[in-house]
Design a binder for this molecule. Structure first.
Ligand SMILES: Nc1ncnc2c1ncn2[C@@H]1O[C@H](COP(=O)(O)OP(=O)(O)OP(=O)(O)O)[C@@H](O)[C@H]1O
Ligand SMILES: [Mg+2]
Length: 337
């Protein structure tokens, strides 16, 4: 478990103070894939780097498995670092070392026996599916392969926590998916807690179970991924969610509207997304429904859908139709009068 308590961090840059983190309180539970999302400069990297002590807080406490990182002895610090792996956007591999040597590096630094290093590196290469590249140099690998090596190097010391700072931001969408799949597999099979930083809500929706949204050094919203996607509160969170859920009607559809009836945004969650509620409503013949645009996504194993509809009819009938939808678990927002 990682716990940030009342964390503040101030940098001094050109004699000016940069208040990078402001009163951060977060808990990452064992086994979580916890996502930190925010625009550039929000403080994400600073926060994640506190966990492996690449940065120190100006005030506040970081606890890892109940141990206060401010109070570690030198011996405890070494043990702590061994327990935490990290991967980076630009992979940070040593270009003059082979894939095998890059992965072996943390073990060499720990004076592990050469035969054991050989065995563990081979097993790791097997795990990340890069056995054939053992003697290649990073310059001979694709971005996705480089990140696999980065992951292998991070995992070779068998840490219980993996930190990922924009680990897929330099990769194309297909390669991103394969790396995210690997991270999910690692979390699942090896019970490794993952704390990841991203500015892409797609990454959060693909693999995280919890998320915190950061802005200007603060956590402005946090919760389960499903909660944040289904009921985002802060404007910034809504913007991030809309990048995945298309929370706006495409301009072209708005332009082509022939009649000006009210538009409603209907949100379906879980069971309500599966049941043919709109069909039932149409069969009631209370109102006319014009479906403008809709989409469905699976988030954390739950189907989340949104649909924009125009509803026309007598006022009473519209009221009745809306309350029918609400009774069936549909959330409704009126879009355009
Ligand atoms: N070593 C440093 N010295 C001075 N200021 C810093 C340092 N590192 C970060 N900052 C400042 O702290 C703030 C937060 O930076 P941080 O790198 O944590 O943001 P981020 O959310 O990771 O952004 P990005 O998405 O661009 O990586 C920024 O204003 C940044 O300029
Ligand atoms: Mg960063």
């Amino acid at each position: 478990m990682i716990k940030f308590e009342n964390i503040d961090k101030t940098y001094i840059k050109n004699k000016q103070q940069v208040h990078a983190l402001k009163d951060i309180n977060l808990t990452v539970d064992q086994g979580d894939i916890f996502g930190l999302i925010g625009w550039s400069g929000a403080g994400k990297s600073t926060l994640i780097r506190l966990v492996n002590q690449l940065e120190k807080p100006s005030s506040g406490t970081v606890l890892v498995d109940g141990i206060n990182l401010n109070r570690l002895s030198a011996v405890e610090q070494r043990k702590h670092k061994k327990n935490i792996g990290m991967i980076f956007q630009h992979f940070n591999l040593l270009e003059t070392k082979t894939v095998g040597q890059n992965i072996a590096l943390p073990l060499i630094l720990q004076n592990v026996d050469r035969t054991e290093i050989e065995q563990r590196v081979d097993a790791m290469l097997d795990y990340i599916d890069l056995k054939a590249k053992k003697d290649s140099y990073p310059g001979q690998l694709s971005g996705g392969q480089k990140q696999r090596v980065g992951i292998a190097r991070a995992l070779i010391t068998q840490p219980s926590i993996l930190l990922c700072d924009e680990a897929t931001s330099a990769l194309d969408p297909q390669t991103t998916l394969s790396i995210l799949k690997l991270l999910k597999q690692i979390n699942h099979e090896q019970n490794i807690t993952i704390l990841l930083v991203t500015h892409e809500m797609e990454v959060i929706s693909s693999i995280c179970n919890k998320v915190a949204v950061m802005e200007q050094g603060q956590v402005i919203e946090q919760g389960s991924v499903l909660e944040i996607f289904s009921t985002p509160k802060h404007n910034t969170t809504k913007k991030f969610v809309s990048t995945v859920l298309n929370a706006e009607i495409p301009e072209r559809i708005l332009e082509s509207l022939v009649c000006q009836h009210d538009i409603y945004r209907l949100e379906f969650l879980g069971d309500s997304a599966r049941e043919p509620i709109i069909n039932e409503l149409i069969l009631k013949q209370l109102v006319k429904i014009n479906i403008l645009f809709g989409n469905m996504r699976e988030i954390s194993g739950v189907v989340l859908g949104s649909m924009f509809v125009q509803i026309s009819g007598e006022d009473d009938a519209i009221e009745e139709a809306l309350s029918f939808l609400k009774q069936n678990g549909v959330r409704i927002e009126r879009e355009v009068a």
